[in-house]
Design a protein around this ligand. Structure first.
Ligand SMILES: Cc1ncc(COP(=O)(O)O)c(C=O)c1O
Length: 399
């Protein structure tokens, strides 16, 4: 875990325009190295989940850090277009899109030689893309999203996205490709969210933490069989897949055991936000955070800051609130937590902090913080070495 101290960051930030978001490049580089190391040995590449980065310079830095990093999983057609304009290629849309203009732009890009794959999970998707690809005059590669969730009595363990939740349903969709001339099956993806995105030690999950490891084990056996059978069926049809995509940050160790998997998607692990503190089998460095400024002091041990209320998406809960980071021991108040404009913090520690100083936080999730800041301050070796725009700083807001 990082040994960066409060004063290391505070002296860099306190005279800047606050609040600001930062990326500690030394920690980011360590995370890139450690994630590559977790993945190596089984002949897999890593696709970067752009939603968890949302900053072009950081996407490029990760891609350049090791040859294992190959390709990007993006989240909308317009974002894919933007990434291509920024010189990036080998894009996989992680989620279906049905906006005709966006699909047309993707088909045109394919026609112009870009490597870009759309996600589908139903015959309606195939039909829609086929019609547009026909108009453009191209064969558009597609990837099928296979549901990886497991149903236990009273528990849906996983996400609700793709309807392809059985071998039979997936095989039917594979067969449906033969009805269309302007699309081709180029990949399958299965996102085992219940392994990849669910820590075993999140205090907000209370006693559920005791059963999560067991559910994970059972679910792993269940979806692995499904993914293998679907892969084998596609092979039996003499279809050559370019992509068999699995997982996320939290499932590298299990996803890489599947021989048929060609690549693993990783996003959150690079910034390693607060929700990624709660896994038992890995620990990455807190590379990204934000600094707010103390502007008033209502009581001896209370320091009230300007800004800070950057709550994460998903089910509402205390684990979605930014996590107080430095100085260590800093806490939020129960009544106000992180406020829209005012965030009172309780501090009884040894650091001498006063009005004008900063308090550092980490967002619960990875890329979302970049929707609240136009730039990331890049830190290395005790200096701010650059300031680089986020998607928002480039005027982009895709979702
Ligand atoms: C389709 C898909 N694959 C992979 C991931 C893994 O990303 P991360 O490493 O950020 O957990 C996600 C994240 O939500 C996802 O939606």
């Amino acid at each position: 875990m990082s040994n960066k101290t409060y004063s290391y960051y505070n002296q860099l930030f306190k005279d800047k325009q606050l609040p600001l978001a930062f990326c500690d490049l030394d920690l980011l580089d360590k995370n890139c190295h450690d994630i590559a190391k977790r993945t190596k040995g089984k002949n897999k590449t890593i696709r970067i989940a752009s939603k968890s980065i949302r900053c072009i310079a950081m996407i490029k830095r990760i891609l350049d850090s090791d040859p294992i990093y190959k390709g990007i999983m993006c989240f909308s057609g317009n974002e894919a277009h933007f990434l291509m304009e920024q010189g990036l290629d080998d894009l996989l849309l992680g989620y279906p899109i049905v906006n005709q203009h966006e699909i047309e732009q993707i088909c045109i890009a394919t026609k112009n030689g870009k490597k870009i794959v759309l996600m589908v999970d139903s015959e309606a998707h195939l039909q829609l893309v086929n019609e547009i690809a026909k108009k453009v005059g191209v064969v558009q590669p597609l990837c099928m999203d296979i549901d990886m969730s497991t149903t236990f009595p009273g528990i849906h363990f996983g996400v609700m996205r793709s309807p392809l939740n059985s071998i039979d349903k997936a095989e039917k969709l594979v067969d449906a490709f033969s009805k269309f001339q302007h699309i081709r099956l180029s990949g399958i993806m299965g996102y085992e969210a219940q392994i990849a995105g669910l820590g075993e030690k999140n205090p907000a999950n209370g006693i559920k933490n005791y059963i999560i490891p067991t559910l994970k084990k059972i679910s792993n056996v269940d979806y692995t069989k499904r993914r293998k059978a679907i892969f084998e069926y596609i092979q039996s049809k003499n279809i050559k897949l370019d992509i068999v995509n699995a997982g996320g940050t939290g499932s590298i160790e299990s996803s890489k055991q599947e021989d048929w998997v060609t690549e693993i998607t990783v996003g959150s692990g690079f910034y390693s936000p607060a929700l990624f503190d709660y896994y038992s089998n890995f620990k990455h460095e807190p590379a990204v955070g934000f600094a707010v400024q103390i502007v008033r002091k209502p009581k001896d041990n209370i320091y009230t800051c300007l800004g800070g209320g950057y709550v994460a998406s998903g089910t509402a809960g205390v684990d979605k609130i930014p996590k107080p980071y430095l100085p260590s021991g800093i806490q939020l108040t129960e009544n106000e937590a992180c406020g829209e404009v005012q965030t009172p913090c309780i501090y009884n520690g040894k650091e001498q902090i006063s009005i004008g100083d900063t308090i550092l936080f980490r967002h619960a999730k990875a890329g979302e913080i970049c929707e609240r800041f136009t730039e990331l301050h890049l830190i290395s070796n005790g200096k701010i070495v650059a300031v680089t725009p986020t998607y928002r700083g480039q005027g982009k807001c895709f979702l």
